[in-house]
Design a protein around this ligand. Sequence first.
Ligand code: PFF
Length: 461
Amino acid sequence: MDSGAQNRGQWGSKLGFILAAAGSAIGLGNIWRFPATAGQNGGGAFVAVYLASIVIICFAVMIAELALGRNTQRNPVGVYKKLAPGSSWKYFGVLGVLTGWGISSFYSVVAGWTLGYIYKTATGAFSNASPQQISQIFGDFVSNPVSAIGFHAAFMVITMLILFGGVKSGIERWSKILMPVLLVILILLVIRSVTLPGAEKGLAFLLQPKWDELTGRGVLAAVGQAFFSLSLGMGTMITYGSYLSRKENLFESAAWVCTLDTLIALLAGLAIFPALFTIPGLEPTIGAGLIFVVLPNIFNKIFLGGLFGTGFFILLAIAAVTSLISIVEVPVAYFVDELKWSRKKAVWVGGLGAFIVGIPAALSLGAVGWLSSVMTIEGRNYGFLDLMNLLFGQYSLIIGSLGVALFVGWRWGVSSINKEIEQGHPGYRHQALYGFLIRFLSPIIIAGLLIYLLIDPNAFA
Ligand code: PFF
């Protein structure tokens, strides 16, 4: 093992790794961001592009990230420094570390809302409230600076406490317990939702593509959502791969993570849209507030709704914490490997840094006027949180994933990665297909999207 690898730890078992990586992938991205973005982009057609991106692009990029991490035993910056010393490739790694902070800036804030909503649903804050009152409660809650920052801080503290425990005893142990709980609660919610009278409308919205409603912007959003959801493009899977043993089969691990993540996103869609369409006057296009404004309405109208509501927000908080630890772990691994800090110091700085960047995001939902409207694109208002979501949650990840595909396909080389994949995968025979995917198909599609963005600036938002 090289020097950077010594104090890094390894996953205790194959299942532990898959659950931890799936724990990273499954989070607010699946349950909050996927339905909201699908709802804004026409439903079925968006979902079809999202699913196609996972199969055509993301699976190959995930294997590439895991292989880079396992081969070098390094963080995202260290990977490029080791495999391409003295080159500029390392800036893709630096972008990843910065993106870690950029994403945590809004992620922890929204995750904090879930904590507040566990309390609100459990104490019956929404029971018998009208749709207007429910929107008002959400507005008051997110625009109150004390609760916005307080819950953001609380969530970051939970995340840091888990991270102090380190890779094996921290991330893996929690994921092992929390992920199966999440699946069970979600399945219960889906059963409730799809058996409501009138649920067919929501099912059709989610599953029947209306291609004429899909815009170029929607395609970008769908591809970006696939990267976000699978934790690709900022080095999370590089970092998690660096804790992975050479005995493990990368194809199989990536396939498990992609499948579980997609399953949870679809289940979240199935839990939300059928119920949504049974309430007159509610629209799927409302965006970031979808879950927080609409779901309490729905829980109010169903038998044992308070219980389902509380369960749902517990589920969301669980999913968010197993993801946020993986986001903050990227800067932490960078500090441990590159700056030779102790894990403790790295977690303090990584967590506090993420908390501080998150403060303006927490205050951008009404608490501080100018943060609530930092930019207007095509008549649509962007607060600080929305802007961070767009820049780091979408564009940064698309650029980072292009970096990974180009680096593996053209610099590290197809034969090097195929050799890495062969370890732990006896009888591996897809060298040519994998080479085609990572060298040509993924970079061409991703670069094509970015060029489209440059040509049509309206596609930006
Ligand atoms: N995949 C996580 C989610 O769906 O909530 C979010 C995320 C984690 C994005 C790690 C990016 C990342 F590197």
